[in-house]
Write a protein that binds this ligand. Structure first.
Ligand SMILES: Nc1nc2c(ncn2[C@@H]2O[C@H](COP(=O)(O)OP(=O)(O)O)[C@@H](O)[C@H]2O)c(=O)[nH]1
Ligand SMILES: [Mg+2]
Length: 295
């Protein structure tokens, strides 16, 4: 009998969840950056290996001290994915302290049926520090029902993790066609790549205060024509995103277009607009329009 199920990648921001998703599915699905809150959606990535189908969900991650309606919406997204999953892979950066968990996260983890601890960032610390950190995590997190601990840092293969997950997945027919990589439309991944580009080129508060929406996507035989709007919180940020004589928006467009072309394997014409949505991170009106559930 085949196996199939949903595996959420959970943990604090910057632990390495999105990097792990991309490595597992061998594709760039999730945006990655050294800044927190780069991931804002539950991002599905599917792989099928022999008789096991893995439906991975990368999540935005937990925020210890939510400061806005937006933070609360991000936590809610992460929690709802966790509740619906067969296996939870908790990504723990060996560079970070043992974290204090938000109570609602702790409650779910304590009852988890298929919890795996996955270590990251072990490749950039000394071997001794790596061993010590791993045993510190294992001791401090012993109340949680971990079924396995696996080092998935960049210098380690991901096979061990895939095998450990397979042991925990239920018997089931495949839920998606074997060659399917994701179940979300291309425009979703276009937004993801645009956000990564913004996080790469803009500094300080500006990237957190931006949100991206693809407003039109037209496929033609020779190329895809895409329009997208970048929302910013303030007029001063709009000027930064556009840049002097349009230099920044041009750079963003060129860089994002390359990434999108790589993903879809076809030339792209990308048109970018910048709009001000005042305080959207605190406004349930804007949050709902941008696809967040609000509370
Ligand atoms: N050296 C090293 N860097 C990592 C590892 N995992 C993630 N990173 C880096 O850590 C940063 C945050 O990673 P990301 O996947 O976006 O974390 P997320 O917020 O949990 O999704 C990025 O700069 C990654 O390149 C790892 O195992 N080793
Ligand atoms: Mg991420």
């Amino acid at each position: 009998m085949s196996k199939a199920g949903i595996i959420t990648l959970v943990g604090f921001p910057n632990a390495g969840k999105s990097s792990l998703l991309n490595r597992l599915v061998q594709n760039k699905l999730a945006a990655i950056s050294p800044k927190p809150q780069t991931t804002r959606h539950n991002i599905p990535g599917i792989i099928t290996r022999e008789d096991v189908q893995y439906i991975f969900i990368d999540t935005p991650g937990w925020v210890s001290k939510p400061k806005s309606a937006w933070h609360r919406a991000l936590i809610h997204r992460s929690l709802s994915a966790m509740k619906d999953s067969d296996v939870q892979v908790w990504v723990l950066s060996l560079r970070q302290e043992v974290p204090v968990l938000p109570p609602e996260v702790e409650a779910i983890l304590l009852k988890a049926q298929g919890l795996i601890g996955a270590f990251s960032h072990g490749d950039i610390i000394s071997p001794q520090e790596r061993r010590v950190q791993i045993s510190t995590f294992q001791t401090q997190l012993h109340p949680y029902p971990f079924k396995a601990w696996i080092d998935v840092s960049f210098d380690q293969p991901t096979n061990t993790l895939l095998n450990a997950i397979a042991d925990l997945l239920p018997e089931s027919p495949f839920l998606y066609p074997v060659e399917e990589l994701s179940y979300l439309p291309v425009r979703f991944f276009v937004e993801e790549l645009l956000r990564e580009t913004i996080y790469t080129h803009l500094r300080e508060e500006v990237p957190y205060g931006t949100e991206v929406q693809v407003t039109a996507y037209k496929e033609t035989p020779t190329r895809d024509i895409i329009s997208a709007t970048i929302y910013v919180e303030r007029n001063s940020h709009k000027l930064i995103v556009i840049g002097s004589k349009g230099a920044m928006i041009k750079k963003l467009g060129i860089d994002a277009r390359k990434k999108i072309q790589n993903l879809i394997g076809k030339p792209v014409y990308l048109e970018l607009f910048v709009k001000v949505a005042p305080k959207w991170r605190h406004s349930s009106f804007y949050l709902r329009n941008l696809g967040y559930e609000t509370f």
